[in-house]
Design a protein around this ligand. Structure first.
Ligand code: SF4
Ligand code: SF4
Length: 141
């Protein structure tokens, strides 16, 4: 039996196409995050990037994303270790930390990708000083 490519290869040896397939398009990393300046703790909010298409879970500006949204980082095998704010459920994070994908991942035949919070608001509609009001409480996440 062939070993799955994500288990057989190191992250740095994955082709660009294989790397893209690891993302399950949950969209959780496209939520606005706020960082406490004192504790450095990161809080996720119910505000989502204006370019995220909630209907089909895709980025409307994927090719231009890093230019249009300076905070939108390109996730790579080289930086995944340092992106400690990535959602615990991120497939890249899980693969990097465990060497395998979770059972719910589409590449494993799963269908239960991590959900997004209810009542999302596009970032374009929220003033920066109001963003704290949208922080997701633990029990909601
Ligand atoms: S530009 Fe696209 S990939 Fe980047 S945060 Fe927005 S929706 Fe997500
Ligand atoms: S959190 Fe990870 S798996 Fe989900 S969309 Fe972002 S990069 Fe992809």
């Amino acid at each position: 039996m062939n070993t799955a490519f994500w288990k057989r290869k190191r992250l740095t040896d994955l082709s660009p196409e294989e790397w893209e397939k690891i993302c399950c398009r949950c969209g959780r990393c496209c939520l606005v995050k706020l960082q406490d300046e004192t504790t450095d703790e990161v809080y996720y909010t119910r505000i989502i990037c204006r370019y995220f298409n909630i209907e089909n879970h895709s980025c409307l500006e994927y090719q231009n994303r890093c230019r249009l949204v300076p905070k939108c980082l390109k996730i790579t095998p080289q930086n995944i270790n340092s992106l400690t704010w990535m959602p615990q459920t991120c497939a890249y994070r899980i693969l990097n930390e465990t060497g395998d994908l979770p059972p719910w991942h589409p590449l494993k035949g799963g269908h239960n990708i991590p959900s997004l919070p209810q009542n999302l608001t596009p970032d374009i509609l929220v003033a920066e000083q109001d963003m704290e009001d949208y922080i997701i409480e633990d029990e909601e996440w």
